[in-house]
Design a protein around this ligand. Structure first.
Ligand code: CP
Length: 309
């Protein structure tokens, strides 16, 4: 992975790379817990350039870099506080920033922005979410969490729930599930927010059986992972349409009662009312552990991309 851009999970991740990343992430977790992280990225710099809001991705990347002894330069609300406001193109901002750092973590509202950035960057671009395209590092921490929580990433029945049309985390996760065997997928969304055809074609190519539903009553004890997502307000042209759909699915104790004791509920967060707080104390609620894993997986990723020869 050294010196590679991270744009899409479809791009270059394969099973051995995943397993290597899992092993390094576990090592990172042990080092963080013991407060004994090796400062292997001392003297290296990372820029976080976020044109869209973030809590988890930006903080966990910045914490990851600093745990490893590296330094961070950062702009939140880059669409407001970077030179974009003066008319600078994304490409020029990347060309310039690449002269100051060893890697750029980019979040942008336009699908394809990370690819455009990579085309002009002398340093690795890490896609931290591009519009409703992909969010590859979130998917890596999701699959790591599935491995940690379920003890395997093969032979799983996975329910993907919510705004499947716009969820870049689901798009990226599907490509990683494609590296696993014996996966069955339930796509549960309002009819207006169904998975785009290109991802369904991928499921077909990988011979991954899937079914589409628009209600949560299809959930039963055969489900291993329920992956919940919010309806993405920022992708809607009409506020009225968003208001109609925002609470289409709400997960509370009644939904929990449909799932087996070993099932796990994941959510990339924020949850904005889609999972009630009454669920949080249930052992199946894995979403805060999942967010924590973001630190370890991003430490592993930065270490692998930026390690010295
Ligand atoms: N999961 C995720 O991308 O969260 P943030 O938007 O807070 O980074």
């Amino acid at each position: 992975m050294e010196k590679r851009h991270v744009i899409s999970t479809a791009q270059f991740f394969d099973r051995p790379i995943l397993e290597k990343l899992f092993a390094v992430a576990r090592q990172m977790e042990e080092q963080v817990v013991r407060h004994q992280v090796e400062p292997v990225l001392s003297g290296r710099f990372m820029a976080s350039l976020f044109y869209e809001p973030s809590t988890r991705t930006r903080f966990s990347f910045e914490a990851a870099m600093q745990h490893l002894g590296g330094s961070v330069i950062s702009t939140e609300a880059a669409g407001q506080f970077s030179s974009m406001i003066k008319g600078e193109t994304l490409e020029d901002s990347i060309r310039v920033t690449a002269g100051y750092v060893d890697a750029i973590v980019l979040r942008h509202p336009e699908t394809g922005a990370a690819e455009r950035a990579a085309a002009v960057s002398d340093v690795p671009i890490i896609n931290a979410g591009d519009g409703n395209g992909e969010h590859p590092t979130q998917a890596l921490l999701d699959i790591y969490t599935i491995q940690a929580e379920c003890g395997r990433i093969d032979g799983l029945k996975v329910a993907l729930v919510g705004d499947i049309l716009n969820s870049r985390t689901i798009h990226s996760l599907l490509f990683l599930l494609g590296l696993c065997s014996d996966i069955e997928v339930l796509l549960i969304s309002p009819k207006q927010l169904r998975l785009p055809d290109k991802y369904k074609q991928y499921l077909d190519e990988k011979h991954m059986p899937y079914q589409e539903f628009d209600r949560l009553d299809c959930l039963d004890e055969s489900i291993d992972v329920m992956y919940m997502t919010r309806v993405q307000k920022e992708r809607f042209k009409s506020v009225e349409e968003y208001e109609k759909l925002k609470a289409y699915f709400v997960v509370g104790k009644s939904v929990l009662s449909q799932l087996k004791a070993e099932a796990r509920i994941l959510d990339p967060l924020p949850r904005v009312g889609t999972i009630l707080e009454e669920v949080d104390s249930d052992a199946r609620a894995a979403y805060f552990r999942q967010a924590r894993n973001g630190l370890y997986v991003r430490m592993a990723l930065l270490r692998e991309i930026l390690k010295q020869p």
